[in-house]
Write a protein that binds this ligand. Structure first.
Ligand code: ADP
Ligand code: MG
Length: 524
């Protein structure tokens, strides 16, 4: 349920409207944003519903991720697209919070609309909203629970960010894996999620997903005869191939007789063998190439007992080089012994993986397993989200979720509004109303009467229960006691994006006003 009565919406398209251009333009924009909100609001929270999307090519997608839903839904209105880009901006940073950002944008615009109807100019509303947001940010500083490496809290942060996914136990196991991997690369209370690799395998139970300190590489040696274990070996990393370069092959294209053809091939084979000899001369016990390894080179390397692996994707190559303290070179001819890394390669025959470990930077891998590709893909999404929110939480701190934060900020904004004069006070109150749309929607999705839920929440917050929110079953809970945590930085970003988007839409209206004016001047 939202606050615009149906009659108002109908008024937008009513042909007998006598409203001025700018006003109806604003209403059209508002209804475009509301249509985006309507698309995603029922997905919010642990009781959010999934959407079934049928793509033009007939593929059917079931998801409750706003970013996905909005990317797959054809929306042509520019103002609606703007709202979607807000969702994506928040989503890109944390892989989370998109739905909240969209709902808040819509709620702010609703609130703005009633202020404008009371005669407040749109730019005054915009300014008031920005001040209210800054005030909310200061309240956030006040209520936040500082960051730090609290494994339990961080695991709950990851779990909260991925609830409502229908994955059950597999989902919560992933939260544990995320924090385990993060701990391996943490530097004081922060870590770089990009240092954790994700590899996937299908055909296994999700419960067998693990974190490996070693880099896992799902590759085979190029020849079976090669060693599949190298202990304390020296390793060369080539971003490229062990082949003759294309240009060399092209210069030798004119061949007149069989003899010169044979000679040409022999020369080529010798050159390739030389490349492989060079790998051996550098003292490498293993060589990893991002591209191919010519047959003649494979023979030499195999004979010399060098482990060679080809077609290693570039990300994996960089990761392994970093963890073994080596440098990736673009060809063997430019490599020096300093470029070699060192470490161990162990083959796990059951897992069809190499486990690679060295003395360079720690680069753990989360190995995600699931019965099907679809499930694995979903788990990957959760792990990626988990890594971002855990990084944000350990660094910047957390707040209670379940709508508790929004009610608390709303409560504080209303209190602050009392000390403010005039129209700004109205904007503060409007911002406070808009924030309540989040717990209201959570309640609605849990089957509650939204008004009743809000009344109980307001009472709880007025009596100092700062983290009172809506539980999974629609009951009033204390978010912190029930471990529903979210990173404070994500909440800041949601407030910022939603305020910016709402302000932009209000401004678009100003532009239309000027156009409409010049139109009427021209027609005079
Ligand atoms: P978003 O795209 O905004 O992240 P979600 O569908 O993930 O949307 O819902 C997020 C909301 O659900 C947040 O307000 C969060 O605090 C709340 N939430 C998540 N897990 C729980 C839970 N276990 N109990 C209550 N609320 C929860
Ligand atoms: Mg979420």
């Amino acid at each position: 349920m939202h606050d615009i009565p149906e009659s108002e919406i109908a008024g937008i398209v009513s042909p007998d409207t006598t409203r001025s251009g700018p006003r109806s333009a604003r209403e059209i924009n508002l209804s475009a944003v509301q249509s985006v909100v309507e698309t995603v609001r029922s997905t919010l929270g642990p009781r959010g519903k999934d959407k079934l999307i049928e793509k033009p090519d007939g593929e059917v997608l079931i998801t409750n991720d706003s970013e996905t839903i909005l990317s797959e839904t054809a929306i042509s209105n520019p103002v609606a697209s703007l709202t979607i880009s807000v969702a994506k901006a928040v989503g890109q940073e944390y892989h989370d919070g998109s739905t909240t950002a969209v709902i808040l944008t819509g709620a702010l615009l609703d609130a703005a609309e009633s202020l404008i109807e009371q005669g407040v100019a749109p730019n005054v509303v915009a300014r008031g909203f920005e001040h209210a947001r800054q005030c909310a940010n200061r309240s956030l500083d006040d209520v936040l629970i500082p960051g730090g490496w609290n494994v339990e809290v961080l695991t709950h942060v990851a779990a909260t960010a991925t609830t409502g996914n229908g994955l059950g136990m597999a989902g919560s196991d992933m939260a544990t894996r995320v924090v385990e991997a993060a701990a391996l690369v943490r530097d004081a209370d922060s870590f770089d999620p990009d240092r954790i690799r994700i590899v996937t395998q299908t055909g296994h139970s999700p419960a067998t997903s693990t974190v490996s300190q070693a880099v896992a590489l799902a590759k085979d040696p190029v020849r079976q005869a090669m060693p599949d274990e190298v202990i304390d070996g020296r390793v060369l990393f080539i971003r490229g191939s062990l082949e003759l370069s294309d240009t060399k092959q092209k210069t030798a294209i004119t061949i007149e007789d069989v003899d010169s053809f044979t000679r040409f091939h022999e020369r080529e084979a010798t050159e390739i063998r030389d490349l492989a000899e060079r790998v051996v001369d550098l003292g490498a016990d293993a060589v990893l190439c991002s591209r191919s390894i010519a047959d003649e080179a494979q023979s030499v390397l195999s004979r010399e007992n060098v482990l060679a692996i080809r077609q290693v994707d570039e990300d994996a190559l960089d990761t392994i080089a970093a963890s073994l303290g080596g440098t990736v070179v673009s060809s063997v001819t430019e490599a020096t012994t300093d470029d070699l890394g060192s470490g161990d390669f162990r083959r796990d025959p059951d897992d069809e993986l190499f486990c690679i470990e060295g003395n360079g930077e720690p680069r753990p891998t989360i190995i995600i397993r699931g019965p099907t590709q679809g499930m694995v893909d979903e788990l990957v999404q959760h792990v990626e989200t988990g890594l971002e929110v855990v990084a944000a939480a350990s660094d910047g701190g957390v707040v209670g979720g379940a709508g508790a934060l929004e009610v608390e900020l709303s409560h504080r904004l209303r209190r602050a509004a009392r000390g403010i004069d005039g129209r700004e006070q109205l904007a503060f109150e409007a911002f406070a109303d808009a924030l309540e749309r989040i717990p209201q929607t959570l309640g609605e999705n849990a089957g509650l009467d939204p008004v009743d839920a809000l009344v109980s929440l307001r009472t709880a917050h007025a009596t100092g229960d700062r983290w009172a929110g809506i539980g999974t079953d629609g009951d009033i809970i204390n978010a912190v006691d029930t471990n529903v945590y979210e990173p404070v930085e994500m909440k800041r970003q949601v407030l910022k994006s939603a305020t910016e988007a709402a302000t932009l839409v209000l401004r678009i209206d100003d532009v239309l006003t000027v156009d409409a004016l010049s139109e009427s001047i021209r027609s005079d």
